[in-house]
Design a protein around this ligand. Structure first.
Ligand SMILES: Cc1cc2nc3c(=O)[nH]c(=O)nc-3n(C[C@H](O)[C@H](O)[C@H](O)COP(=O)(O)OP(=O)(O)OC[C@H]3O[C@@H](n4cnc5c(N)ncnc54)[C@H](O)[C@@H]3O)c2cc1C
Ligand code: FES
Length: 307
């Protein structure tokens, strides 16, 4: 098993907050808002689900965002920051808000990263805005006496997030871009390999796109190092009800189950996620649909099956 400890996780709350500021950072927007009670309960890797579109809007589903930073002593019961890539209806609506606009927020949601029980060298890897939740994590790791090496990757310079911030918080920061516009030309994997060799990292933490997480988890497994990956699977409810966010995860008993990334995740041990099967229900997964026998009375099974 991995050398990690458990948190005392507080339940989520639905609160009414207010936009404080929105600032542009490269291709992203950092949105600060008040969220009474949420900051003091937040642990690294958790997320918020934000109602978008306003009371008369047609966007029913909340949008989920990793919590980048919190200030429990901030105004109106504490403040939260998230980092957004404005890409669709909900994120565009959010970045168009103004100071003082109301915001309906549920959080903190999901299971956070676990921390090592002993001070060990940790490698923390972020892709694009996926780096957002890793700075809180880096602070907690350093408070425990861990060395933190950070690898940040993105397609191009404007899609990197937190390089300067990282330099203040980590022992080393390695930057990798696909186009070589800054740092080494390549992926986070190219950045990880020399660090794993030089600093004998004992735990790998990662957040970013699924393809990156699969590669990071694969490298960590090859080196015999436990990894924890925060996934970003499409979520409709964010609170464990709808099953839209399930991914195939292998349990302690060796059995694969379609597992909710909003409640059992978003942080998973990298060697437990069946990365190549994400987006499918593997045939050997518990409750996987079985082939229908011909005949009108054959019982069919839904996407999640019976458990
Ligand atoms: C745990 C978690 C953490 C996330 N953290 C961040 C973050 O820090 N910054 C950030 O910019 N984005 C983050 N996302 C992705 C973000 O939720 C989506 O980009 C956002 O919901 C898109 O909404 P939209 O209305 O702008 O886009 P639309 O494409 O119009 O959204 C339509 C629907 O699809 C869902 N959806 C679309 N893309 C995604 C996606 N990539 N992941 C999950 N759901 C999606 C939305 O929930 C929505 O219901 C996170 C997602 C999850 C699940
Ligand atoms: S998003 Fe609904 S169960 Fe996970």
């Amino acid at each position: 098993m991995s050398p990690v400890g458990a948190w005392d996780i507080a339940g989520p709350q639905q609160v009414r907050g207010e936009i404080l500021a929105i600032r542009r950072v490269g291709d992203y927007h950092v949105v600060s808002f008040t969220a009474p009670g949420i900051p003091s309960r937040t642990l690294p890797g958790q997320f918020v689900a934000v109602s978008v579109g306003g009371p008369t809007g047609a966007t029913i589903l909340r949008r989920c965002f990793s919590i980048h930073s919190v200030d429990p002593q901030g105004s109106a019961g504490g403040t939260v920051e998230v980092v957004l890539q404005a890409k669709g209806t909900g994120t565009r609506w959010l970045v168009d808000r103004r100071r003082g606009d109301p915001l309906d927020v549920v959080g903190p949601l999901g299971r956070p990263f676990s921390l090592p029980k002993e001070p060990v060298n940790c490698l923390v890897v972020g892709g694009g805005y996926g780096a957002a939740p890793l700075f809180m994590l880096a602070d907690r790791l350093r408070e425990r006496g861990c060395r933190v090496d950070l690898v940040l990757g993105a397609a191009t310079e404007s899609r990197l997030f937190g390089v300067l911030d990282g330099r203040r918080r980590a022992s080393s920061v390695t930057v990798a871009t696909d186009d070589g516009s800054v740092g080494i030309q390549g992926t986070v994997i190219d950045g990880m390999v020399p660090i794993l060799a030089e600093f004998d990292s004992r735990v790998v933490y990662a957040c970013g796109p699924m393809g990156m997480l699969a590669a990071v988890a694969g490298l960590a497994s090859d080196k015999g190092i436990p990894s924890q990956c925060a996934v970003e699977e499409t979520m409709a409810c964010g609170i464990g009800v709808c099953m839209s966010c399930v991914i195939p995860v292998v349990g302690d008993d060796g059995v694969t189950r379609m597992t909710r990334s909003c409640t059992e995740g978003p942080v998973f041990f990298g060697d437990r996620v069946r990365w190549a099967d994400v987006g499918t229900i593997p045939a050997d997964c518990l409750g996987a649909p079985t082939e229908k026998k011909s005949g009108p009375s054959s019982p069919g099974r839904g996407r999640s099956g019976r458990r």
